[in-house]
Design a protein around this ligand. Structure first.
Ligand SMILES: [Zn+2]
Length: 333
């Protein structure tokens, strides 16, 4: 048993309380490898933004939970080396799907876990979430739960259709489970293909897909029922056209990839939405940079020469999100 406090990490409680009060959101970036982690920490340290490092079940399988934990521990020290005196870094399990997985992360030094039982019937979602909360809270680890179903694919989480969160359920759910934050479904979606072309309209000038707007009425109703309660948005990548274009230009094939427009996320960040999950955008940045090097310098075979530019592009992306979308810069001096 290792406490996250010994590792210099923080849970989400204070982060979220401040974010709601201040009208901004905390970035939750997924990481699977060293370059991604370096980029996240560099961006957070340079902007003095609190940050949530997310580990999905897929990341655990890919990179190994032990290694990821020590990387997060190293990230705290790295942040200090970069001149960030009091790093506010949370290590969070993304989409935990069982009590055992959540418990293992709590025991291992994570400061926050998500139990995603949203695919289960309502009462079973409550029972499993409460079991995780009861365990995690003994160690001051915060718990994110989910109500409603997001469409799209993220590692092992996949659903073809989304079901918006029912605002009439949120008070009962939050009270009976004791969860610290709630992921809701208002039309965001996992992956780089958040909407089918049929769900979108086309911009007559650029020919690009324009996605349907988020269901802010559902968000408003949830906030009215649970005033001041931390709300989380998953699947909130914007799928920047410049990265999609770069990938396609250098031999990739991502036709009609579409994300959530940043102005909608900006609007959400000012509300009780205090955690916004971004994963696909950094995957796109990484891939775009690597493809460019491969296309322009076919003789290159030193991974540092293509992972380095990928890291730089991800750092730029993370800083852009922090400063221009979430507004969390300067909130953790
Ligand atoms: Zn998610």
């Amino acid at each position: 048993m290792v406490s996250f406090k010994e590792l210099g990490l923080v849970n989400t409680r204070e982060m979220f309380a401040k974010a709601i009060k201040g009208g901004y959101a905390i970035p939750a970036f997924n990481f699977n490898n060293m370059e991604q982690l370096q980029a996240i920490i560099k961006a957070a340290a340079e902007t003095k933004s609190p940050v949530i490092l997310q580990v999905s079940k897929g990341a655990r399988n890919y990179a190994n939970q032990t290694l990821l934990r020590y990387m997060a521990q190293g990230a705290v020290e790295y942040a200090k080396e970069l001149g960030w005196e009091h790093p506010q870094i949370c290590l969070h399990l993304d989409h935990g799907d069982s009590f055992e997985l959540c418990k293992s992360c709590v025991d291992f030094g994570f400061s926050s876990v998500m139990i995603d039982a949203s695919s289960l019937p309502y009462e079973e979602n409550i029972a499993l979430t409460k079991k995780v909360v009861d365990y995690a809270h003994q160690f001051d680890v915060t718990v994110e739960a989910e109500l409603g179903v997001l469409a799209g694919v993220e590692d092992e989480v996949a659903s073809e259709v989304s079901h918006y969160t029912k605002p009439e359920e949120v008070v009962d759910f939050a009270t009976r489970t004791g969860c610290d934050s709630l992921a809701i479904s208002i039309g965001t979606s996992h992956g780089a293909y958040k909407f089918t072309p049929e769900q979108c309209t086309r911009d007559p000038q650029t020919g690009r897909l324009v996605p349907p707007p988020l269901a802010f009425d559902v968000l408003d109703a949830v906030m009215e029922k649970l005033p001041g309660f931390p709300i989380v948005l998953h699947g909130s990548s914007s799928v920047p056209q410049e990265y999609v274009d770069m990938i396609n230009k250098y031999g990739g094939k991502l036709p009609d990839a579409v994300g959530i427009p940043e102005e909608q996320l900006r609007k959400a960040a000012k509300s009780a939405v205090c955690k916004i999950n971004i994963d696909s955008d950094s995957r796109l940045a990484f891939t775009a940079a690597v493809r460019k090097v491969f296309a322009e310098k076919p003789a290159e075979f030193d991974p540092r020469k293509y992972c380095g530019p990928a890291r730089d592009l991800m750092t730029e992306l993370y800083k852009h999100k922090i400063i221009n979308v979430l507004g969390s810069d300067g909130k953790a001096e």
